[in-house]
Write a protein that binds this ligand. Structure first.
Ligand code: MN
Ligand code: MN
Length: 462
């Protein structure tokens, strides 16, 4: 029995676009085509795009605590408002994971599940963090993958980074298990040296965060991560590629046919280092992000990379920091400032408005970057497409709406947005999660705990 028909919308998949109805039965898409028979319920989608719910594979949600029991839930509600129906999040230190659990991948997963399984408004999963502070994370990878977490992130910077030999071993172990490593690529030696030099000269302001993390430090580490993956016979996924020089390393590897995948984020596609010219530290601190915002030329190069295939995924890198709390305004010396900015709710909006509306990428490519490819690479075959048999995670999107992004209109647990006052084209109207309405008429109509933990399998395509 068909529960619902989404009628008369423009259905977009990574492969093509057509006016069609979409039928939903038992939470899954049961038919796609023109003139489908009536069902119990009808959703009128005329004039709207019908796209798969976005799959945001890079977020840092905060775990709920006694003091802030709604924090995790709130950011998943924000995801739903933004048209994202599946998120993967990292449980790195800073997200509220306990110290003992942060020292073991399996204990970390167990604690994550215990604290989030009844919390999420959208489907969700964990991507683990391999840390140099963990006694032996590589030995835990088989159990981690078997428990439905076939991806993990390693860092080449920060005090919890993996040294090159450990990174190689992690890549090797992951590929043996069919999993995939995500790598934060920046050269720690360069950044540490430039930071020490800045501090020695009393240059402690926020703009020095960006000046001490130059594009060549990202490009060098990207090259090295790709080379280590090549030696290990592994695929590798570069998170948050921010500049043309790092993109060139990815493109060179892809041209050789190596299984290298890369992600960029909406802020690198829509904001530039012009922001670091602001005089006010309280303003600058909002843009303390790693890697930092880059030049206009880098921004243009990333859009070309998305259009031409050098980049595979756009994800938010959502960090729900608040200015007075985690960012600790007035600003501390730059090395002590929490890195990151919120973006879980604005992912689709920014990519549509800055990418599709001005013709930088096609609608189909947008769906590929935000849904189909992340679902495939991260082992979620039920997600990412408007296609028979897939989960009925469906967004009705108004392509001609004209609106202004503002913190006062958003639902995330941050107290600011990098996109304040930005006028954009397009708006999410209705969101279905496995056929259930979660956003309708500008309101959240889903429920806490409706989101299911995604027991992921190693991807077959990497
Ligand atoms: Mn990172
Ligand atoms: Mn991140």
């Amino acid at each position: 029995m068909t529960d619902l028909v989404v009628r008369g919308g423009t259905v977009v998949t990574a492969e093509g676009t057509s006016v069609a109805d979409v039928a939903v039965a038992d939470g899954r898409i049961s038919a796609v085509g023109p003139g489908l028979p009536p069902a119990t319920e009808t959703l009128d989608a005329s004039g709207l795009l019908v796209i798969p719910g976005c799959v945001d594979v890079h977020t840092h949600l905060r775990l709920p605590t006694d003091d802030e029991p709604d924090r995790f839930f709130q950011d998943t509600v924000a995801a739903a408002f933004g048209g994202t129906t599946t998120i993967l999040t990292f449980n790195n230190p800073g997200t509220g994971i306990s110290e003992p659990a942060s020292r073991s991948l399996i204990a970390g997963l167990r604690e994550f599940r215990a604290r989030t399984d009844a919390e999420s408004a959208v489907d969700f999963g964990l991507s683990a963090v391999l840390s140099g502070h963990q006694p032996d994370p590589i030995a835990e990878l088989p159990a981690l993958v078997a428990a439905g977490v076939p991806t993990a992130k390693a860092f080449m910077v920060y005090d919890f980074r993996l040294t090159d030999d450990r990174l190689y071993a992690a890549l090797r172990a992951m590929t043996d298990l069919g999993g995939m490593l995500q790598v934060h690529c920046e050269n720690a030696t360069i950044i540490d040296a430039l930071t020490a030099d800045a501090l020695a000269h009393g240059n402690v302001g926020c703009r020095y965060h960006a000046l001490t993390r130059p594009p060549y430090a990202e490009a060098e580490a990207s090259h090295r991560a790709i080379a280590l993956a090549r030696a290990a016979g592994a695929s590798v996924y570069l998170v948050h590629v921010s500049c043309a020089d790092a993109l060139a390393e990815v493109a060179a590897a892809k041209a050789r046919g190596w299984p290298v995948y890369a992600e960029t984020c909406p802020h690198y596609l829509s904001l530039t280092d012009e922001r670091y010219a602001a005089l006010d530290e309280a303003e600058l601190i909002r843009s303390v992000i790693s890697p930092p915002l880059r030049s206009e030329a880098d921004r243009q190069a990333l859009w070309l990379g998305l259009a031409l295939g050098g980049l595979d995924v756009v994800a938010s890198d959502h960090v729900p920091d608040r200015l007075a709390v985690e960012k600790r305004v007035p600003a501390s010396p730059f090395p002590e400032i929490s890195n990151g900015a919120p973006g879980i709710e604005t992912l689709l909006s920014v990519v549509y408005a800055e990418g599709v509306a001005p013709g930088r990428i096609t609608l189909e490519r947008m769906v590929d970057l935000l849904a189909a490819t992340p679902a495939r690479l991260f082992g979620m075959p039920a997600k990412g497409a408007i296609e028979v048999g897939r989960d009925a995670d469906i967004v009705l999107f108004d392509p001609v709406a004209d609106r202004v992004l503002a913190q006062s209109e958003l639902h995330h647990s941050s107290d600011f947005t990098p996109y304040e006052d930005r006028r954009i084209r397009g708006a999410v109207r209705t969101v279905l999660l496995r056929g259930r309405r979660v956003i309708e008429d500008g309101a959240f109509v889903g429920q806490r705990g409706l989101g299911q933990f995604q027991q992921r399998s190693p991807s077959t395509s990497t």
